[in-house]
Design a protein. Structure first.
Length: 202
């Protein structure tokens, strides 16, 4: 795929580098610093959907956590820092995004976060998790997004929680319906800024 046609879910971006820095204030007063680049999702800021997802996630320290489609890493890194005894995995198909996530994890001291590059849950083998969270690649199409939902269900421990965020005007309703059909339950713990966070429990 050529640079002009690239999307953030392109495995090997060829876009010209355009480094940027994004800041995020933690509740304890720390300011996290993230490096971003062209060819990855939301290169210039932390998008509203991701912010809503971070607010909605309820995890306990010591639970295993997967950031599915991690981009440059904000969801997984924040989870790792808030839950330092948890094992946090971060996965993305985009190689540039994975390199940024690794850099950002090191820079912000998220020592319990591991980044692996691959397509969906195949990247983590047979590992299972207590929490899986995703800001799914809506532009990749329903077939890709729905596959990720089904894979997430199969990689959750009993009682594990799945979180997905979507823009209300870009299919949040149909995504919730599919998640409910897949898990047998779904609710919306966070709604704001035109986004809905959908949660399901295995």
């Amino acid at each position: 795929m050529y640079a002009l046609a690239e999307q953030y879910f392109t495995p090997s971006p060829t876009s010209r580098h355009e480094r940027r820095t994004v800041y995020y204030p933690m509740p304890d007063g720390r300011e996290l610093v993230f490096e971003t680049d062209a060819g990855v999702f939301s290169k210039g800021r932390m998008d509203r959907g991701t912010l809503e997802l971070i607010k909605a996630i309820q995890g306990e320290d010591g639970e295993s956590f997967l950031d599915l489609g991690c981009g440059w890493g904000p969801v997984g890194i924040i989870a790792a820092l808030l839950q330092p005894r948890s094992e946090v995995w971060m996965v993305d198909v985009n190689e540039r995004a994975c390199e940024l996530a690794r850099t950002n994890a090191r820079a912000n001291g998220a020592r319990n976060a591991a980044v692996v590059c691959g397509d969906g849950l195949s990247a983590v083998g047979d590992r299972t998790f207590d929490v899986i969270a995703t800001n799914p690649p809506i532009r990749a199409g329903k077939s890709v997004v729905y596959r990720l939902v089904e894979e997430a269900r199969d990689h959750l421990n009993p009682g594990g929680r799945f979180y997905a965020v979507a823009r209300t005007k870009q299919g949040a309703g149909s995504l919730r319906a599919f998640i409910c059909a897949t898990f047998g339950n779904a609710d919306e713990p966070e709604i704001g800024g035109g986004y809905r966070v959908i949660r399901a429990t295995r």
